[in-house]
Ligand binder design. Structure first.
Ligand code: RNT
Ligand code: ZN
Length: 418
């Protein structure tokens, strides 16, 4: 392998031809936070003191050995995964990952006190935290409806969970000095053709009116609402659809969460930033990889991932789009999933930072679409790999494929003993 300085020299030369400042790109990428989902570590199981299946129309398949069985193991695994991933990182928690010392806590009572050990851990590890209330895998979600339920008791129960989730998230922001994104996703929907969609959507809207009634400083907490197309067993109607949450995000001035697996298969999320952001303050991304359906495969560096990152950059939306990951695969080494997915996201962010946006946008403004396409193609074969390796080196994480034997060793030493 070339040494870092040599590699950078070549890259500076090549990218310089297009007016791209490689060093500025490295800095820009390093500053972009990526929120990594804790739930990849244990197949969305969580650590409530009750056993139950994963419900809500989502699924983690595969039974690869070595999954984290408790908070300590999950933290250890994440610490190791983190050492393989360059850039600024957050960990996204779900309410079911609370630390209640083995005690059973009702969902509508999960509050900041159950996450103080996570905050201490986050400080030690120099990462930010994000949060998600958990509206699935619970007896009171088994009817298929939570915040949209016709049953006032059930609806109120989940409203209470939602209100408390904002307090947990606020406590993260206060303790760690940067806002925590608090993401609402409810599985609510119908398997078969409903005849009163309106009622459920009115209920859901009413619930958010109640949940978002109290103002919380955006310095600490940024609420986000996530739409979806369909879930397994909920194919005919999702109450929290895209149109529902577009309006909800506008009304309550909260982030709109766009999950890349939550749209029709040919519909692409990279086109949506510049549309939604004309009217909505900010977007939270759940970067995932749908294969034929919302399958939550591990994110890879495909064209759409690059375009997602480029569109944030091209539009100047760095401060308004919060990048988060959302995939969960139990069929291969789970730590490798984190590393592959998050490293791919980082690659895309660096790729975008290396794009000669000014030059390309000038072609477009001048109507020279020929040059626009010609250069977009030529850029694909610039020595990106050299810059990526240098980025990893500078960030103190393994470059190239050198992380793979490290991951295998962790598997042999730690995971295989579980
Ligand atoms: C489900 C949503 C949601 C979940 C996580 C676990 O389709 O994408 O974001 O994946 O909250
Ligand atoms: Zn999601």
């Amino acid at each position: 392998m070339l040494n870092t300085e040599k590699a950078l020299e070549i890259a500076r030369n090549v990218y310089g031809k297009y007016g791209v400042d490689v060093d500025a790109a490295l800095e820009k990428a390093a500053k972009t936070p990526v929120s990594i989902q804790c739930w990849q570590g244990d197949d969305v199981g969580g650590f409530e003191a009750v056993d139950g299946d994963l419900t809500g129309g989502i699924q983690s398949t595969g039974n690869y050995p070595g999954k984290a069985r408790n908070i300590d193991e999950l933290r250890k695994d994440f610490e190791f995964a983190k050492s393989l991933i360059p850039g600024k990182k957050h960990l996204a928690l779900h309410a079911i990952y609370l630390d209640a010392g083995g005690k059973k806590v009702a969902r509508n009572e999960i509050g900041p006190e159950h996450f103080t050990s996570w905050i201490d851990w986050a400080k030690e590890n120099d990462i930010g935290l994000d949060y998600n209330p958990t509206f699935f895998s619970h007896p009171l979600s088994s009817s298929g409806f939570t915040l949209s339920s016709d049953d006032e008791g059930i609806r109120k129960f989940w409203v209470e969970h939602g209100i408390l989730s904002r307090k947990v998230s606020e406590s993260f922001g206060k303790a760690l000095g940067e806002p925590s994104c608090n993401n609402f996703w409810v599985p609510d929907g119908f398997k078969d053709i409903p005849v009163n969609r309106a009622k459920k959507r009115e209920n859901l809207a009413r619930s958010y009116d109640e949940i978002f009634a109290e103002p919380i400083s955006k310095e600490y907490n940024l609420d986000a609402v996530e739409s979806k197309l369909f879930g397994i067993g909920l194919e005919s109607c999702t109450i929290g659809s895209n149109e529902f949450y577009m309006g909800c995000a506008m009304k309550h001035d909260v982030l709109l969460t766009l999950d890349t697996g939550h749209f029709h298969p040919t519909e692409i999320v990279s086109d949506k930033f510049s549309a939604a952001l004309q009217y909505i303050g900010g977007i939270m991304l759940h970067v995932s990889r749908p294969v034929r359906w919302d399958s939550d495969h591990v994110v890879i560096l495909d064209d759409e991932l690059k375009t997602l990152a480029c569109e944030i950059n091209r539009g100047g939306y760095q401060d308004r789009v919060h990048i988060g990951l959302d995939f969960f695969d139990g069929s291969i080494n789970r730590i490798a999933c984190w590393a592959i997915g998050a490293r791919s996201m980082e690659k895309a962010i660096l790729w975008a930072a290396l794009e000669p946006v000014e030059m390309l946008q000038k072609f477009e403004a001048e109507g020279d679409y020929t040059s626009r396409l010609a250069y977009l193609e030529e850029l694909k074969t610039l020595p990106f790999g050299l810059v990526w390796d240098a980025y990893c080196e500078k960030q103190g994480v393994p470059a190239g494929d050198s992380w793979i034997p490290m991951m295998k060793k962790y598997e042999a030493d730690v995971l295989s003993a579980r």
